[in-house]
Design a protein around this ligand. Structure first.
Ligand code: HEM
Ligand SMILES: *[C@@H]1O[C@H](CO)[C@@H](O)[C@H](O)[C@H]1NC(C)=O
Ligand SMILES: *[C@@H]1O[C@H](CO)[C@@H](O)[C@H](O)[C@H]1NC(C)=O
Ligand SMILES: *[C@@H]1O[C@H](CO)[C@@H](O)[C@H](O)[C@H]1NC(C)=O
Length: 425
């Protein structure tokens, strides 16, 4: 039976329209600094060296992954595991992901809760999940439910085409390794700029995202840009680079992301023109400072960045894909997809975009509900998944959606071959 979350969403909606004004206010506050490319106009996030310096010594010294340790498409999480801020084996509980991303990067607890929970539901066992492939054992006693695939196996469900450095699954046969030409294209956005003056800021990364988008259209006949993995998650793969990896300081409280820091977080060594990528060796630099306390990167902050990028490149807003040949990119009709609730015009209003992405994303089948499950186990797992997702949707206060018409995706083989997560076609 198809896992469905929409009915639940409609049920919880009624009490939460009140969430809108607060969000609208937060957006307004953020608007000015987003418009200026991330520089604050008024209040500075401040800088507190002691609170922001990240320890990479002792128990948090860099230790590369050994055999059996999971590493995957997310450089931020790989680095956390390499420094023992997450379990070194690369499998953590929802709470461990929330704490580690908040403590080391200053991710807002709202965003961390959202991302970590979605991982556990879609690619984990509802308790924990792997930052790479299938973990060795399951926290669910009995282990008879579907085997969790980790985020490496979550293609179209969490992991997406058109990523910054990781290749498209169909083109490279994996979605978790850095493709050096892609890294070099990003690196070269600061060609000729000395390291200490270099800065991979949001405007640069937004143009890089647009370029990568076009490359997938040009080279991947199976390119698919889904409502959640694409519209909702792909922006994070770009904004997180500056927002989280940038080194904060008194002079640059918003952060400065230099060439050397970028290389460290992407497991790249060597010199320009002669780079070496060592898979899984993502590293937090020495003397590196995270976001200031009180300046966490929250869901409204993220959504403002996402909207700003979409305003520059409206193609980012609409899911779509190639239809089996390169250069056949066709956007989906959002009104058809959502029974008229959303359309290209209202998508940028309020938090419609987040609602749309999340409501569509929640339609995918959790790994744990795939495979041989008996009815009672399936019902229990589904109830637990709903209990985990409900508070997330709850917080967004979304418009009522009756249905998402997934037949609208039939024209995209990149989706049809992999509607619910896969690690190969
Ligand atoms: C619990 C929190 C997090 C979750 C669940 C998560 C999950 C993911 C997933 C599923 C992808 C693949 C998306 C794609 O295909 O492009 C990804 C990519 C990425 N993540 Fe994370 N992530 C988290 C935190 C972070 C943090 C804190 C950072 C930054 C320090 C980060 C930086 C990135 C980047 C830069 C990519 C794109 C990699 C590339 O293709 O070059 N993530 N993450
Ligand atoms: C390129 O890098 C490798 C490994 O880091 C090194 O052995 C080699 O000498 C370098 N070549 C050049 C031309 O710099
Ligand atoms: C971060 O910025 C501080 C202050 O400018 C500097 O001392 C430190 O070396 C920088 N860290 C990295 C990793 O570049
Ligand atoms: C979308 O909806 C319009 C209006 O109802 C209809 O004419 C059109 O055929 C639909 N397109 C698809 C692909 O379902």
């Amino acid at each position: 039976m198809k896992y469905s979350y929409l009915a639940l969403g409609a049920a919880v909606f009624a009490g939460h329209a009140a969430a809108f004004p607060a969000l609208a206010e937060e957006y307004a506050k953020l608007a000015t600094r987003i418009a200026s490319g991330g520089k604050r106009q008024a209040a500075s996030p401040g800088f507190n060296a002691a609170a922001q310096r990240i320890d990479v010594s002792g128990t948090h010294a860099f230790v590369p992954p050994g055999s059996g340790d999971q590493r995957g498409p997310c450089p931020g999480l790989n680095a956390l595991a390499n420094h023992n801020y997450l379990p070194h084996n690369g499998v953590g509980t929802i709470q461990q992901f929330i704490q580690a991303t908040n403590r080391v990067y200053g991710m807002g607890l709202d965003l961390a809760t959202f991302l970590a929970t979605f991982g556990a539901v879609m690619a984990g066992d509802l308790v924990s999940w792997s930052i790479g492939g299938p973990p060795g054992s399951s926290a669910i006693p009995g282990g008879v439910l579907g085997q969790p695939q980790g985020i490496s196996g979550s293609h179209n469900k969490y992991e997406t085409d058109g990523s910054p450095t990781r290749g498209d699954l169909y083109q490279y046969g994996n979605n978790f390794l850095v493709q050096l030409p892609q890294f070099e294209e990003m690196y070269n956005l600061q060609a000729g700029v000395p390291n200490d003056q270099s800065n991979y800021d949001l405007p640069l990364l937004t143009e890089f995202r647009s370029s990568r988008f076009e490359q997938s259209i040009d080279n991947n006949p199976y390119f698919f840009y889904g409502p959640f993995s694409g519209v909702g998650v792909q922006p994070a793969a770009y904004t997180f680079i500056f927002r989280f990896m940038g080194n904060k300081s008194a002079e640059r409280p918003e952060g400065q992301l230099t060439k050397e820091v970028l290389k460290s977080f992407f497991a790249i060594s060597g010199t320009e023109g002669n780079f070496t990528y060592t898979a899984g060796h993502e590293r937090i630099p020495e003397n590196w400072y995270k976001r200031a306390p009180g300046d966490e990167y929250t869901i409204p902050f993220y959504q403002s960045d996402l909207n700003a990028a979409a305003l520059r490149h409206p193609k980012f807003l609409i899911p779509g894909g190639n239809t089996g040949e390169t250069n056949t990119y066709t956007p989906v009709d959002i009104a058809n997809l959502t029974g008229g609730v959303y359309n290209a015009q209202n998508l940028l209003q309020g938090n419609n975009l987040a609602c749309f992405a999340f409501q569509a994303g929640a339609q995918a089948t959790p790994d744990i509900l795939k495979g041989p499950v008996n009815a009672a186990q399936a019902a229990a797992a589904r109830a637990r998944a709903n209990a985990l997702l409900a508070p997330l949707l709850d917080r967004l206060g979304c418009p009522r959606l009756q249905d998402i018409d997934e037949s609208q995706f039939e024209k995209y083989p990149g989706y049809e071959n992999c509607p619910d997560g896969c690690s190969r076609y």
